[in-house]
Design a protein around this ligand. Structure first.
Ligand code: PBG
Length: 326
């Protein structure tokens, strides 16, 4: 052995010593629970590729939001599944559309006790499944989409949302949404920008969760998985347009991007532990191949260690319970 001072195991000897020197905390307030609500549903529907996650009814969503608040979670992120979809994604803009009524339901139930966030994107509402409106040549029309996003932000704000989460990766979306919100008198509504969002296979189960009609892929607007520097650039652009929180998504395969973004910005950074990351652990655990609870907590603390202040995760409620009992 070398010098006496080179014995890191001294501080690992007892649970109390390990707790004393742990660098990274994981607390319920840092976790945001994404939830799905289905228009016209009278019973909640399980999502087969995401065991334990459901498409809520308006009622079951309200109850789940109360539970989230009681557990001390940081927030909920809401996604709507409309009964009818069209080319323009009208259901996202309509004040009577499922996401907007669900936001009002949840805010009516939990008030300001928890941050209520709305996904701001058209893919759940369009019949072609893309995140924006299409031009005549069939490609996603960036600037025409910005106008719809601004309207959608106003509808969510009118419903009482605290934070909007633009996830469509259109250039200029944060600026357009900020301008739209301010013009509508909603200066207080914050923007959590999905800034570095990659065209990822790990969104697979989510497509089932929202009954996505997408054919093809999103590679003309979401980022190439090989690009890390570009993730930082996207976050800085969103900041310059007025983002209050920036996000990296997915989380586990992009921890380097998360760290780089954390070191480049001076606003809170979020990371989205996405559906495929959830499904992989659940599937392995169901076969007895992995210790489920340990893998959940290790995943979440690792995302925090890489630099996330906030973690969006389908395990948020359960993780909060595990943290309480540990
Ligand atoms: C787009 C959106 C997606 C996810 C969140 N917002 C899907 C996509 O970009 O294809 C994926 C989340 C997950 O996989 O858990 N509205």
């Amino acid at each position: 052995m070398g010098f006496p001072e080179t014995r890191p195991r001294r501080l690992r000897r007892t649970a109390a010593l390990r707790r004393l020197v742990t660098e990274t905390s994981l607390e319920p307030r840092q976790l945001v629970l994404p939830m799905f609500v289905r228009e016209g549903a009278s019973e909640h529907t399980p999502i087969s590729s995401m065991p334990g996650v459901v498409q809520h009814t308006r009622d079951s969503l309200r109850r789940a939001a109360v539970e989230a608040a009681e557990l001390g979670l940081g927030g909920v992120m809401l996604f709507g599944i409309p009964t009818t979809k069209d080319a323009r994604g009208s259901g996202g803009v309509d004040p009577g559309g499922i996401l907007n009524v669900a936001i009002a339901d949840v805010v009516g139930e939990v008030g300001d006790a928890i941050a209520v966030m709305g996904d701001l994107c058209l893919d759940e509402f369009t019949n072609h499944g893309h995140c924006g409106v299409l031009g005549e040549d069939g490609s996603v029309d960036n600037d025409a989409t910005l106008a719809v996003y601004a309207e959608m932000a106003q509808a969510q704000a009118a419903a009482g949302v605290h934070v909007v989460g633009p996830s469509g990766m259109m250039d200029g979306q944060v600026g357009a949404i900020r301008t739209g919100l301010d013009a509508g008198g909603h200066q207080d509504v914050a923007i959590l920008a999905y800034s570095a969002k990659y065209a990822s296979a790990f969104y697979g189960p989510f497509r089932e969760a929202v009954d996505s009609s997408l054919q093809g892929d999103r590679r003309t607007y979401q980022q190439d998985p090989g690009n890390g520097v570009e993730g930082v650039r996207e976050a800085l652009l969103d900041l310059s347009e007025g983002a209050d929180i920036v996000m990296v998504k997915p989380a586990l395969a992009y921890l380097d991007v998360l760290r780089a973004v954390r070191e480049s910005v001076d606003v809170p950074v979020a990371a989205y532990n996405v559906s495929g990351e959830y499904a992989m652990v659940e599937a392995a655990a169901a076969r007895g191949w992995i210790n489920r609870e340990a893998a959940i907590l290790e995943s979440l603390v690792s995302i925090r260690r890489a630099g996330a202040d906030i973690v969006l995760t389908y395990w948020a409620a359960e993780a909060a319970q595990l943290l309480r009992s540990s």
